[in-house]
Design a protein around this ligand. Structure first.
Ligand code: KDG
Length: 339
């Protein structure tokens, strides 16, 4: 089967199809084929999670659903892949919530800096009422949200200077995701935010179009950003969930028992992905330093100062999103913290 997408190079095509023949099932024997693509590369725990999804689904259907996996934006960037899901020309993608805000605005609440105290609380809120409500809202956008996976707390890397305090952001050109809150927050800190698709980021850093970027440690290390970045700061400024998205058109066309299989598989593979991802985020600091990156430890005081500076951005966006909804999220966080 031809793998679509103009952005694919022959090289990427080849490696993707090599990975795909490497199972006991094949697309030609299957009734349904799921083309699943992500922006991150094949080293990332997100891709391991996707392979786990593939294994579970193919086994449970004895190969009647075949899953073709693509990484490194081979099928396009987050926005293009979500549009392909809407059209029914791609079946699965797993973006961070930040670019989903261009489809379901309320997801923006997760882009509020310093919202969650830790990943356990975040996951409890996502798997509760608030998270469910937002998954339901995806249906109007011709997408079905099957599970929350985890990207993790985002940190800053750059090639210009050690960043320890809010003042250090001044004049730094930072790639952000395509998301209003990220843009406003980095502007408020005095940085020059440049929104860009993930697939363009490495080259942009290499060519000096941007000084830096922000992503969880696992991404910074596993995408070899240390080749083009000299400084890393554990700002932990935003917790990024992933959402496992399926084309609604495709999902609705599946028989009931297959719908249940793909939904359960997205959950189960997600548990594995989250475990792998947390391990990667917890373990990779030494490896990053080993690659020659200077680590700046950000103190709680410095984080509090950053939080104070960006508070007006939060207040403004909270009003746009509706204070009732935002209060509901804050209450869910408090509840999760207490439990
Ligand atoms: O596979 C997920 C990526 O496409 C993207 O969502 C990762 O957080 C991300 C970013 O910085 O774009």
């Amino acid at each position: 089967e031809e793998a679509g997408g103009d952005s694919q190079t022959d090289d990427q095509n080849e490696s993707a199809s090599e990975e795909n023949v490497d199972t006991e099932y094949s697309s030609s024997d299957a009734t349904y084929t799921i083309e699943a693509g992500i922006g991150l590369n094949s080293e990332h725990p997100q891709y391991k999670g996707l392979l786990e999804f593939k294994n579970i689904v193919e086994e449970a259907t004895d190969g009647d659903i075949y899953v073709e996996t693509y990484h490194s934006s081979q099928l396009g960037d987050d926005r293009q892949m979500m549009e392909a899901l809407q059209l029914g020309s791609q079946e699965v993608t797993i973006p961070s919530t930040a670019p989903i805000t261009n489809f379901v605005e309320e997801y923006a609440v997760f882009d509020f800096p310093f919202l969650f105290p830790n990943d356990e609380v975040a996951m409890e809120v996502l798997n509760g009422e608030v998270g469910d409500q937002l998954l339901d809202a995806l249906e109007d956008q011709e997408m079905v949200g099957l599970a929350y996976w985890e990207n993790g707390f985002r940190d800053l890397s750059n090639s210009d200077r050690p960043v320890e305090t809010a003042e250090d952001f001044e004049g730094l050109t930072v790639r952000t995701m395509e998301n209003e809150i990220h843009l406003d927050a980095f502007s408020e800190l005095g940085a020059n935010p440049t929104p860009m698709a993930f697939g363009e980021l490495f080259t942009a850093m290499q060519q000096g179009t941007v000084d830096g970027q922000e992503n969880p440690l696992a991404t910074i290390y596993l995408e070899s950003f240390y080749e083009v970045q000299d400084y890393y700061s554990d700002t932990n400024h935003v917790y990024s969930p992933f959402v496992f998205l399926m084309s609604k058109q495709f999902f609705d066309g599946l028989p009931d028992d297959y719908q249940e299989i793909v939904a359960d598989a997205a959950q189960e593979a997600g548990e594995y992905q989250i475990e792998e991802n947390r391990a990667a985020n917890a373990e990779l600091l030494d490896a990053l330093i080993e690659e020659g990156v200077e680590y700046s430890e950000v103190t709680d005081e410095a984080r509090e100062e950053m939080a104070e500076i960006v508070q007006p951005v939060i207040d403004e966006h909270a009003e746009d999103l509706g204070t009732d909804f935002v209060d509901e999220v804050y209450e869910a966080i408090e509840e999760a913290e207490a439990s």
